[in-house]
Design a binder for this molecule. Structure first.
Ligand code: NAD
Length: 447
């Protein structure tokens, strides 16, 4: 499962071979450790004239312990370049992007961060809409050009949602977003009143209960660990056949193990009863359980089709209906779906899986507004190539393509998906609703 190629590139022989043959050199990504400074250097903060986020950003970055500089300095290695582009209301103003980034883009340090902030184009008209839409092509390109593990993201903040962007900025301007690259995030006005800054940003989920399905291994186990680290009591769910591994995860995170097949007819009932009776309800629901049964469509059995659609989509919808219908999900609650880049781009041999994972995106689209009315949110992550038992079974050459064909030239780790889910789960993320964020190292597939 280990990325042997990446290890090889760090040896003296590997360094020689990769530079002679022009092969990819996957950078070692900086990942989150409790207590570490958010960034490895100061953040250069700039803004287009008449932008509206600069004051908010100054406060947010300051509270996160990030040193802010306003003018480029000689020989400085920046931890981040943050640019408020909300003042760009006409395509002719786009030159502001060039003026800010051109002189400093090469001074960004390893695993540095570029964040561009704008106004959601669909909320404005005419030339402003066009100019704001242009930010996407710019930011995604910067992400592809950055080296040494640095990433670029675009955050569209609706007018009125300025203060509700803190959890997002903290996530993006930290090592927690190591494998999130080239993404566009939307922060809306619904939910701004429900957003609660946690008493302690190190344990934002203190006092909350989180359900994680498929938690006995892989990405699900990492989600359980990260949500528990953030203070949640985790109800770790998996099929009875995974009971041993499930107990080990639940014990490790001080949570509860729940053996249940989510496709069983009575699973929603049992789950609702467990959550209500044992925990008084639930705050965060993570639909992580998923399976693959790959074959090209002409060779795919009906059973392979049905099982994938049932586990990956139908069972999740049934659980949502019951938990929402019976008020088991608390106010300021969270539902998080786990989609896949296959659900965005399609993938040979995965017609069933891709349909189910695109369906997860449909689930987010359909439910976001309804959940906002209850003060809750629904979002999804779409992992790219993540190093797990699921991807260890992929044939070697396809696996190598999956890993290298991305801006970061490597697979992600389960913890990268988990950190993204923890950002959605944060009680301060109430205005982050209806998003599908890829955790893919800016994979070229479906980009
Ligand atoms: P995994 O196979 O290691 O883990 C999936 C878990 O779900 C297993 O523990 C399994 O027992 C459980 N599960 C399956 N059916 C279940 C059911 N009916 N009821 C309860 N639990 C059930 O997979 P993983 O790689 O950790 O993937 C986790 C999620 O991430 C899946 O939804 C997968 O589709 C998605 N994903 C993974 C990748 C990747 O690269 N690994 C990429 C994109 C999306």
């Amino acid at each position: 499962m280990a990325d042997k190629y990446q290890q090889f590139t760090t040896t003296p022989l590997g360094k020689l071979v990769t530079s002679k043959l022009g092969l990819p050199k996957p950078p070692v990504l900086r990942r989150y450790r409790p207590g570490q400074p958010p960034l490895d250097g100061p953040a250069l903060l700039g803004a287009a004239p008449d932008s509206r986020l600069e004051k908010t950003l100054t406060g947010q970055l300051g509270r996160a312990g990030i040193e802010i500089v306003r003018e480029p300095g000689e020989g400085v290695r920046y931890g981040a370049l943050v640019f408020d582009a909300t003042g760009i209301t006409d395509p002719t103003h786009l030159r502001e992007l060039y003026s800010f980034f051109h002189p400093v883009i090469r001074d960004i340090g390893p695993s540095g961060r570029v964040v561009v902030l704008g106004t959601p184009p669909e909320l404005v008209d005419g030339r402003e809409r066009i100019a704001q839409r242009a930010l996407e092509g710019f930011t995604r390109t910067v992400g592809k050009e950055l080296k040494r593990g640095a990433t670029a993201q675009l955050v569209y903040v609706a007018e009125g949602a300025e203060e509700a962007s803190e959890s997002t900025m903290r996530f993006l301007l930290s090592a927690k977003s190591a494998f999130v690259a080239g993404q566009v995030i939307r922060i809306g006005t619904a939910g701004t009143k429900t957003a609660q800054a946690p008493a302690d940003w190190a344990t934002p989920l203190a006092g909350k209960t989180a359900l994680v399905t498929g938690a006995s291994r892989g990405i699900g186990a990492a989600i359980a660990e990260v949500l528990a680290r953030d203070g949640a009591h985790v109800v770790a769910l998996d099929i009875p056949a995974q009971g041993g591994d499930l107990s080990a995860v639940a014990n490790r995170v001080g949570g509860t193990a729940l053996q249940l097949d989510i496709t069983a007819d009575d699973a929603p009932r049992k789950l609702a009863d467990h959550l209500t009776q044992r925990h008084g309800g639930v705050d965060v629901v993570v639909h992580n359980a998923g399976i693959t049964r790959d074959k090209t469509l002409g060779k795919m059995s009906a059973a392979a089709w049905d099982s994938v659609l049932t586990v990956n989509l139908a069972a999740q919808l049934a659980v949502n209906d019951t938990l929402l219908g019976e008020g088991v999900l608390h106010g300021n609650g969270r539902i998080v779906g786990v989609s896949s880049i296959a659900g965005i781009a399609g993938n040979v041999g995965q017609a069933n899986y891709a349909a189910s994972k695109a369906g997860v995106i449909g689930m987010v689209d359909d439910a976001a507004e309804k959940l906002a009315e209850r003060g809750c949110t629904i979002n999804a992550v779409a992992p790219g190539f993540i190093e797990t038992q699921m991807t260890a079974q992929v044939p070697l050459m396809i696996r190598e393509f999956g890993r290298r064909l991305s801006s970061l030239a490597q697979g992600g780790l389960p913890v990268d998906v988990a950190e993204t889910i923890a950002w959605y789960a944060n009680p301060a993320s109430s205005a982050v609703n209806g998003n599908v964020v890829r955790v893919c190292g800016q994979g070229f597939l479906g980009a």
